[in-house]
Write a protein that binds this ligand. Sequence first.
Ligand SMILES: [Mn+2]
Length: 292
Amino acid sequence: MSSDTFSNFLGLPPELSDYSRARVVCLPAPYEATVSYCGGTADGPSAIITASAQVELYDEELECEPCDVGVATLPALELAGVRPDQIIKAIAPAVERILKDGKLPLVLGGEHSITPAVVTAVHARHPNLTVLQFDAHADLRQEYEGERMSHASALARVRDICSAVQVGIRNLSKEEAAWVERERLPIFYAHKMREGNSWMRHALEAVKTEEVYITIDVDAFDSSLMPATGTPEPGGMGWYDVTDFIKLVTEKKKVVGFDIVELSPKPGLHACDFLAAKLAYKCIGYWSRSMP
Ligand SMILES: [Mn+2]
């Protein structure tokens, strides 16, 4: 399977984007069904792929071109009209195949409700798994507007599958906060993270498994950096808060997959599309240094 130069992540030539040789597989999952505030996440994957053509392939921090590992881009999953209760069936098989082929899945959302579906597949292959979530929202509601698979319940569903560590959180309900308190869930609130960088060490210690799946809701970033998302929140993480921690986790743990979700592209705000594209490439770059 190959992707043409104009629609693949980073606009790579065939020798770097051919599926058979690629170590990383970019899977667009333009799912949008349960967004509560401001829509548009179905356009996220295509906006990220378009913006990725502008990302410089050389990484001055890593002093290499991480795309040398090969990055294939699959056709977008057909998710229009898929009901929330069908989402696992609609996404998990594609992820299973990527893992079976020994490649790293990099899933581009779409709303956050895709994550439990991806984690279902990743966990089947890596049962000793922790999910690391970057997000403004705890997403721990048992259901939201009657929907158990809502984006606002993404981490509640993930916690049905495996453990999770959550960073950047600054929006949750009283009930969610009570659950965090009662179960002593490893949640790192944004207002405490600004006291310095020691949260990184503590958050890493909270990851009790060797294998980690990283889910990045772009609203983890401060809303000044990332206004193009359904539910932007002030007081969020900066670029280096996020990338430094991803770098640390890829150095100390075995990262077995990524997703980047909730980009909702807005006309005139192409900086946000570019941020998400560069973030995806940073994930590939940091992962490639620890590549098995
Ligand atoms: Mn969020």
